[in-house]
Ligand binder design. Structure first.
Ligand SMILES: NC(=O)c1ccc[n+]([C@@H]2O[C@H](COP(=O)([O-])OP(=O)(O)OC[C@H]3O[C@@H](n4cnc5c(N)ncnc54)[C@H](OP(=O)(O)O)[C@@H]3O)[C@@H](O)[C@H]2O)c1
Length: 294
């Protein structure tokens, strides 16, 4: 199968490309930079969709870059890098003479309102209470296609754990130095998924014609709290992890609005993902972290 992957140069995209190649698929990446086996976003707009059977979008400016100040310009970049790329791919799919079989978008579990008590599955309401939930709503709306010639899947992802990027890349140094610990109260839920499972769920969505609609991309161990996560990361590294990072420090680094992503959380269940027949490789946090930091 030929698969077109927007943002395929990134953390998830590299793992997905590797897995697709290992299964005999051909991958073309859509990137801001030209290169081998790539097209640029401008080429996509001008020449339309290259021949392919599946399209995935993973493009997006990094949300938790601690070196970027939380301001209007950053918020605009977060929105446009997701909405414009998704809209460009959806438009190209809609115009394609030979439409692909599958169109898969990765968004986030920020769609669901943080809570210490609620439990969310794919049918739960959300998407309308803060900057990030609104971002997910607009992002998923930008992916909508007019007809049903192409099967559509949206994977709402939790924090992706793996080597060389994602959620734990900024945490590793303090934890390795024995300076890690829970963030804020530590009671907030911390939905996570191993990168191997994220890539495999995307391939499952591409290859199986019965998979459609929203899938939560989180591990089935959905009740992990931030404090439990910190303890497990410390254990995987063989380091103590008792030093809490106080909420005001997180707010000072990330800005109040963005700090919510770290200080609050939601319990998310992958009900439809499991019902679609997906079997997790890393359902347990200890094994997932051990592999991710090895
Ligand atoms: N990693 C996670 O824990 C996680 C969790 C939930 C949701 N997600 C979502 O999943 C998607 C993929 O995540 P990831 O961790 O693989 O992302 P990533 O590595 O940070 O970035 C993916 C790619 O997006 C492109 N990109 C970056 N800034 C851009 C901009 N301003 N305009 C257009 N393209 C831009 C880059 O490709 P080029 O440089 O080649 O253009 C980059 O390689 C993202 O949309 C992310 O929000 C990720």
């Amino acid at each position: 199968m030929k698969v077109l992957v927007g943002g395929g140069t990134g953390f998830i995209g590299r793992a997905l490309t590797h897995l697709l190649h290992s299964r005999g698929h051909e991958v073309t990446v859509v990137s801001r930079q030209p290169g081998a086996s790539r097209i640029t976003w401008n080429e996509l707009t001008h020449f339309g969709l290259p021949p392919c059977e599946a399209v995935v979008n993973l493009a997006g400016e990094n949300i938790l870059n601690p070196f970027r100040r939380w301001n209007e310009a950053y918020r605009k970049d977060l929105l446009s890098s997701r909405l414009d790329t998704t809209h460009k791919l959806a438009t190209a799919i809609a115009k394609a003479v030979q439409p692909p079989q599958a169109w898969v978008l990765v968004t986030g579990i920020a769609y669901y309102q943080p809570s210490l008590t609620a439990e969310y599955d794919e049918d739960s309401p959300g998407g309308n209470f803060d900057f990030f939930s609104n971002l997910v709503s607009k992002w998923e709306a930008a992916a909508k296609l007019p007809g049903d010639a192409t099967r559509q899947v949206v994977v709402r992802s939790g924090a992706v754990l793996g080597r060389g990027g994602g959620a734990i890349s900024h945490m590793l140094l303090p934890f390795r130095l024995g300076l890690g610990g829970p963030i804020g109260s530590g009671r907030q839920f911390f939905p996570w998924i191993h990168i191997e499972d994220m890539s495999r769920i995307l391939v499952h969505a591409i290859e199986n014609s019965h998979v459609n609609g929203i899938l939560n991309g989180v591990s089935p161990a959905s009740s992990t709290t931030n404090a439990e996560f910190a303890k497990a990361l410390g254990a995987a590294l063989g380091r103590p992890a008792f030093l809490p990072l106080p909420s005001p420090a997180v707010q000072a680094i990330f800005g109040r609005e963005r700090a919510v992503m770290l200080l609050e959380g939601q319990k998310v269940i992958p009900r439809r993902t499991l019902a679609s027949g997906y079997q997790y490789v890393f359902p347990e946090l200890g094994a997932a972290l051990k592999q991710a930091v090895s």
